[in-house]
Design a protein around this ligand. Structure first.
Ligand code: GDG
Length: 715
């Protein structure tokens, strides 16, 4: 396996400010899950030390280097904008669907950019060819794109540890395009669940106008893959700890001290996404409805301090405290409080003992990317007992279906489910827990990291044709001694931009002049090679000096006269017309275009998700029902075209090339029909793809404007 460069906001160590004190391991989802990758030995971890405005002493730096950690420095002012501001006050609540938590100004984006650039620079500085780069989480969404700019061939993976929200929510993010562009710098973007992956694809369609498939999208000539890679825990580690004498003794002690029959447990960072207030309200409601459980059930909430500098979190803490006070005064007795809130973290032994001692584990976040506590609880229950209550809104719910799933907003029902869990028969409890345990054992954290990294490594290194400039193509040309260049130029998307309606793509006078000048200077060697109906091209270039191939090669206009290249039977269009008409009817904004030997359905103006979905269905339908007809189905840009077989741009271009002498071929195009042309040209031809997408061309330009710049040099 190649070396892995792990890049995350924080390094997984706590570095005491006092240089004399030793480094400590830090708890937390990301750190523990990536631990196995780092422990395998062939990796380097880049991250912030956790100490702002501190230059680490040399011995510290050396100790970190020995552990293969490399630090990125961030000042406290930058932390305020990049970490507390954009990352935790804007992206965190928005991605957890808590739009009302967003601050009004959301300042700090420039700092977020700068820090992302710093992480990218630090990675580039350490990079060696062959490395796999794995970037983590919402603090660093721009880093993939920034690294890609400098190392176009790098293998870059990105994993998001929080949910990716529905595109309807994501679109509220002020720098949404920039963030998506940043993420698309990766080769593989991983999420916890298929839902998040689907939301991401939807945002690509709606915000960038991209055309993703279910697990990939072509972006700037590269295929970017995305998908679900549910994170997990070190199951064996939790099982072993649960069986250890230290934990077993502690469990015994807890049970002996407990006066109530049942213990309920919550373990979370004290974050507003974790659903602690509603969980407490459900416990209150449970005591209201089922008073027989007073003195029989105690609920212990471990609330780990988090992001304490933020005002929102301080207010939240006092709100939770008040709630606990209210419930205890309502349902408590002189010597017993039914709810116990511990505002601190516990050590690993205590945590395992609590997981084992609990009769009911309540994991009821309002939203959670995955939630590892749920998995840790299951792994710790080596006795096969206890019950997990899990929010439908945690990513873990997609995997842990045998838990008691609840809607945390439905307090009444959560209260009822608490009672159901406590009353559950042991047979059912053991049945559910053993299925859960088996599942998480099969897919532990090693499985997670391996499947992500091997997918990243195996993503085929398809031929990458990067964007270049017209000038760099010219530089290549100066090395060629040519006198008679021949031009084979597609029209839509190559000489003019793609328009919403095909009829709007009229050439401007600058283009008409350019084509006239080139046609004059290079007589018989400039050809517009288009899929358009000949009537359109006739109307736009009436001057007989311009030569053209229309309808994908079916018609040729030379010196103003049209001739057909082959005789075709197009009676099959009769059969297709009603089908396309029904799709046009069902897809507002789409339309049909008819040519002599083809018929096309355009969906450029349709809804950006409905259009492509209908196109897929239409293609399937055509493949199933018309496979016996002599037709070919083409996937154009936002268009499905059915044309007669045996006619394509390449076949007709060959006739032209044979007929008119030339010593250089320059062909340009933007879609699949132009690939037919590129494929038939000799290897020394200069082929140019305009825009994104797979291609066999040897150069790629960004836009028709760049193509025109190149053509001007031949006038
Ligand atoms: C983010 C996403 C996603 C908690 N209290 C103590 C303690 N912990 C440990 C738990 C667990 C980790 O912290 C918390 O992980 P979660 O997954 O529950 O939540 P986040 O911190 O919000 O993590 C989340 C995760 O990233 C990974 O991708 O699952 O959805 O929000 O490991 O055990 N550990 C100790 N004492 C405590 O008091 N020792």
């Amino acid at each position: 396996m190649s070396r892995v460069i792990i890049v995350s906001n924080r390094l997984p160590v706590v570095i005491p400010a006092d240089a004399a004190k030793p480094l400590l391991g830090s708890a937390g989802g990301l750190g523990t899950s990536m631990k196995s990758v780092h422990e395998d030995g062939n990796s380097l971890w880049i991250g912030w030390s956790g100490l702002a405005d501190v230059d680490l002493p040399e011995e510290r730096q050396e100790a970190l280097a020995r552990m293969r950690y490399s630090t990125v420095q961030i000042s406290s002012e930058e932390i305020r904008d990049y970490y507390d501001g954009i990352s935790n006050s804007l992206i965190w609540p928005l991605f957890h669907y808590l739009i009302q938590q967003l601050p009004y100004d959301g300042q700090g984006w420039q700092t977020y950019r700068n820090i992302n650039q710093r992480f990218a620079d630090a990675t580039v500085a350490q990079y060696q060819p062959g490395d796999l780069i794995w970037i983590h989480d919402y603090h660093l969404t721009l880093v993939p794109g920034m690294i890609r700019e400098v190392i176009p061939d790098a293998q870059i993976g990105f994993f998001l540890h929080i949910p990716f929200p529905s595109s309807e929510v994501f679109r509220a993010f002020p720098w949404r395009e920039e963030m998506l562009q940043g993420l698309l710098g990766a080769d593989l973007v991983g999420f916890h669940t298929f839902d998040y992956s689907r939301h991401f694809a939807s945002s690509l369609v709606r915000i960038l106008g991209a055309e993703p498939e279910v697990d990939r999208v072509v972006h700037e000539g590269r295929t970017v893959h995305f998908g679900a890679f549910p994170i997990s825990i070190d199951v064996t580690d939790f099982e072993t700890r649960a069986a250890s004498p230290a934990v077993q003794e502690m469990v015994q002690k807890m049970r002996n001290q407990q006066t109530e029959r049942f213990l309920g447990l919550g373990v979370d960072r004290l974050d507003y996404t974790k659903g602690i207030p509603r969980r407490l309200l459900a416990v209150e409601r449970f005591f209201d409805k089922y008073p027989e459980f007073r003195g029989q059930f105690r609920f212990l909430q471990i609330a780990v301090p988090t992001r304490e500098t933020s005002a929102a979190y301080a207010d939240f803490r006092s709100f939770v405290n008040e709630l606990v006070g209210r419930i205890n005064s309502k349902h408590g007795a002189l010597n017993a409080a039914p709810v116990h809130l511990l505002y601190r973290s516990v050590d690993a032994i205590e945590l395992s003992a609590l997981y084992l001692a609990a009769d009911l584990m309540m994991v009821t976040p309002l939203r959670d990317g995955m939630n590892l506590v749920a998995k840790e609880f299951v792994a710790s229950r080596i006795d096969g007992l206890g019950m997990l209550m899990l929010s439908e809104f945690a990513g873990a719910a997609a995997e842990l279906g045998e838990a008691v799933l609840v809607n945390p907003y439905d307090i009444e029902s959560v209260a009822d489910r608490i009672r159901d869990c406590l009353h559950m028969e042991d047979v059912e409890r053991r049945g559910r827990m053993s299925l859960l345990a088996r599942r998480i054992k099969q897919t532990d954290n090693k499985f997670w990291s391996k499947s992500f990294l091997s997918r990243l490594e195996s993503i085929s290194q398809e031929r990458r044709v990067p964007f270049c400039s017209p000038e760099s193509i010219q530089v290549q040309l100066t090395r060629t001694d040519f006198k008679q260049p021949m031009f084979l130029l597609d029209y839509d998307g190559t000489l003019v931009g793609i328009r919403d309606r095909p009829a709007m793509a009229v050439p401007d006078s600058e283009l008409v002049d350019l084509i006239h000048q080139l046609s004059e200077k290079h007589a018989n060697r400039l050809w517009i090679v288009s899929g358009r109906h000949r009537a359109d091209l006739d109307a736009w270039f009436p001057n007989a000096i311009v030569n053209m191939i229309a309808e994908h090669g079916l018609w040729i206009r030379h010196q103003g006269t049209w001739s057909k290249t082959v005789e075709v039977d197009a009676s099959w269009t009769e059969k297709l017309r009603p089908i396309l008409a029904s799709f046009a009817e069902r897809t507002p904004g789409s339309q049909i275009e008819e040519k002599s030997a083809s018929i096309a359905w355009h969906y450029r103006m349709a809804d950006p998700e409905l259009g492509p979905a209908q196109a897929k269905e239409l293609r399937l339908h055509l493949l199933e029902s018309f496979s016996n007809l002599p037709v070919q189905i083409l996937n154009g840009k936002m268009c499905v075209e059915i044309r007669v077989q045996g006619v394509n741009k390449g076949i007709t271009a060959r006739q032209i090339m044979d007929r008119f002498p030339h010593d250089l071929l320059i062909a340009a195009g933007d879609d699949q029909t132009d690939e037919d042309l590129f494929k038939t040209l000799p290897p020394n031809a200069l082929t140019i793809k305009i825009g994104n997408g797979m291609t066999t061309a040897n150069f790629r330009l960004r836009s028709p404007a760049q193509m025109r710049t190149l053509l001007r040099t031949f006038v």
